[in-house]
Design a protein around this ligand. Structure first.
Ligand code: HEM
Length: 242
């Protein structure tokens, strides 16, 4: 028996146990804070961030994205520090606080109205449908997201986004691909082939929930600072001139 178990050991090491359960999703209540970021809202709905959406800081974000999404802690620290400590200039915020216009929140979002048009914190269903329609097949791709970024930029008047917000917007588009990828086992060298199935994207944006019933699992690839360099650059390169 012992010999049989030992014989299985290399197999077990080759296929390490992956978390198969994801924390329970609970819809936000009326007093819970939610903001412009569908990723952080989802993490709060699943209890990886405080469910009330308050006292969000670099440590809570790092813990949440490493556990639920397999982000490298250094990537999480970089993004969260930039947004909260540097841009907002505070130690912690609530999720709605990330909606500070032209400080952390920008116009020409994929699924949110511009600040001058309406509420930039909430999903706009027409914009979501337009995002999905930019892709021909059943999945969003780097190419379709390049088209989407160019479309929302033109829709918003075509003015350059302030500061580093164009890079931020490209990163958000790639965070989408890496969060609901076609295959949770996607390999980093295949990054140009990343696809986000439309049915998963729709659930994620509309319910701010990980679509486990559609096969969603924590992605295996640890998302790194290197990915932060090359994935948004690929979206930028895919933008047509409108
Ligand atoms: C690590 C800390 C994070 C911070 C501080 C952050 C912050 C933000 C902010 C302020 C926005 C609003 C930008 C705008 O449209 O005006 C945003 C958008 C977005 N975020 Fe995050 N985010 C973080 C992590 C994530 C994660 C983990 C994901 C994916 C799970 C994600 C996915 C997105 C997407 C897809 C958008 C674009 C929404 C749209 O354009 O409609 N973010 N984020």
């Amino acid at each position: 028996m012992r010999a049989a178990l030992l014989a299985l050991l290399p197999l077990a090491l080759a296929f390490p146990q992956r978390r198969s359960t994801i924390r329970e999703w609970i819809a936000p209540g009326p007093s819970d804070s939610r903001g412009p970021c569908p990723g952080l809202n989802t993490l709060a709905n699943h209890g990886y961030l405080p469910h009330d959406g308050r006292n969000i800081n670099v440590d809570t974000i790092r813990a949440a994205v490493t556990e639920a999404l397999n982000w490298d802690p250094r990537l999480a620290t970089f993004i969260a520090t930039q947004a909260i400590n540097v841009n907002l200039g505070v130690e912690s915020t609530d999720l709605a606080g990330l909606g500070a216009h032209n400080i952390t929140e920008h116009d020409a979002s994929l699924t949110r109205l511009d600040a001058a048009e309406g509420d930039p914190l909430r999903l706009n269903l027409d914009l979501l449908e337009a995002l999905l329609a930019d892709a021909d097949g059943d999945s969003l791709t780097i190419q379709s997201l390049g088209r989407s970024r160019a479309r929302v930029h033109a829709r918003s008047g075509g003015n350059p986004l302030p500061g580093t917000m164009n890079s931020q917007a490209n990163f958000e588009a790639t965070a989408l691909l890496a969060t609901v990828p076609h295959d949770p086992e996607w390999a980093p060298e295949d990054y140009l082939e990343l696809r986000a199935p439309k049915d998963l994207v729709r659930v994620w944006f509309t319910e701010e929930r990980f679509p486990v019933e559609l096969g969603w699992r924590t992605p295996r690839h640890v998302l790194t600072l290197e990915d932060l360099g090359r994935l948004p650059a690929a979206v930028e390169a895919a933008k047509p001139t409108l």
